[in-house]
Ligand binder design. Structure first.
Ligand code: FE
Length: 336
């Protein structure tokens, strides 16, 4: 080997050593998520400071990300899939993209009804879906349950978001679970008879229609109300905790699971454990004005006045397994 060649070959092996060393030193995780990056950024910075593990976010639409993980298979960069709604997480588990996780910390921090019974995914925040009414037209005393909104006395008063949104499919699924298909169908059919107007494409528009007097009440996730109430224009919107004397308010989750093909499962589990910890729970749920899964963690100041509420503790995986029935039910009663 000539002098020049030798020099190049030494240089190459030095470079190779450096790059190997780097790969060992910098530990990274990648989350595929439909959540807003700003909800996660402070937590992953904190996690990095604690552990030296860098977390990358790949943001996008939940269905597309799920599809992508499935197609990428073994080559996927995804260590964690994180999204909202138990129905979506359940679907991801059905597509077999998650691996089971055994963790005492997750077991301890997350109530069992807020996670997959097989430990493939876990709730990280709670999202309550309840009744909001206009105080120009009604008072709290007028309301009791979701089912009561099917009573003919509310004719021309109810506004609803479309049943195409998974949130409403999950709500219907919870009613199917509670008292069977026929009775659930009767309730939803009653809602449709009481509609003031066409269904809305999102919760915020339904709320605005209540505020403007187009309708008297609607059913929404509470964080949408919290956002609108930042504007005094919507002061006539009032929250009512539904079904407090029976099964409780319908609760869904945002959550995550470890991707089956992840090469960093131990670190990924550490990150989920961290997300369920006191430190992260005090921030993560309140940042979007949702509710923490960890008992005792903080809720956002602006929603503290709504107080505590009894929640339906149906296992959220049923919101997934009954989803198809919920879709069919909505179709049958003409809930668009
Ligand atoms: Fe939402």
């Amino acid at each position: 080997m000539g002098y020049k060649m030798k020099k190049i070959s030494i240089l190459l092996s030095v470079l190779l050593l450096i790059s190997c060393a780097n790969e060992n030193e910098i530990e990274e995780l990648t989350i595929y998520t439909s959540r807003q990056p700003q909800l996660l950024e402070p937590i992953i910075e904190d996690f990095y400071d604690d552990t030296g593990i860098k977390v990358n976010l790949l943001s996008g639409n939940a269905q597309e990300l799920m599809e992508r993980i499935y197609i990428e298979g073994n080559d996927s960069m995804a260590d964690i899939f994180m999204t909202v709604d138990a129905g979506v997480l359940w679907q991801a588990a059905e597509r077999d993209i998650f691996s089971k996780v055994d963790s005492e910390i997750l077991e301890r921090n997350i109530p069992s009804y807020l996670k997959d019974p097989e430990n493939k995914w876990f709730g990280l925040s709670k999202r309550a879906r309840t009744i909001v009414f206009s105080s120009d037209q009604f008072a709290s005393d007028d309301f009791s349950t979701y089912e009561d909104l099917a009573d003919p006395k509310w004719k021309g008063k109810l506004c609803l978001r479309t049943s195409k949104k998974v949130y409403n499919r999950s709500l219907i699924a919870s009613m199917i679970d509670e008292y069977g298909l026929d009775q659930a169908k009767e309730v939803v059919s009653g809602w449709i008879s009481n509609l003031a107007t066409e269904v809305f494409s999102n919760d915020t528009n339904a709320l605005k229609a209540v505020s403007s007097g187009q309708c008297g009440m609607t059913i929404v996730n509470t964080y949408y109300l919290a956002r609108l109430l930042d504007d005094p224009q919507y002061d006539n919107l009032n929250l009512f905790w539904a079904n407090q004397n029976d099964r409780g308010v319908h609760v869904n989750i945002s959550g995550a699971g470890i991707v089956k093909t992840s090469k960093n499962k131990e670190n990924a589990i550490s990150l989920l454990e961290y997300l369920s910890s006191d430190r992260a729970q005090n921030f993560y749920a309140s940042a979007n004005k949702e509710y923490p899964v960890l008992i005792g963690a903080k809720v956002h100041e602006s929603i503290q006045e709504w107080g505590d509420f009894n929640e339906d503790n149906i296992n959220v995986s049923k919101l997934g397994s009954l989803q198809k029935q919920a879709v069919l039910l909505a179709q049958e009663v003409g809930y668009k």
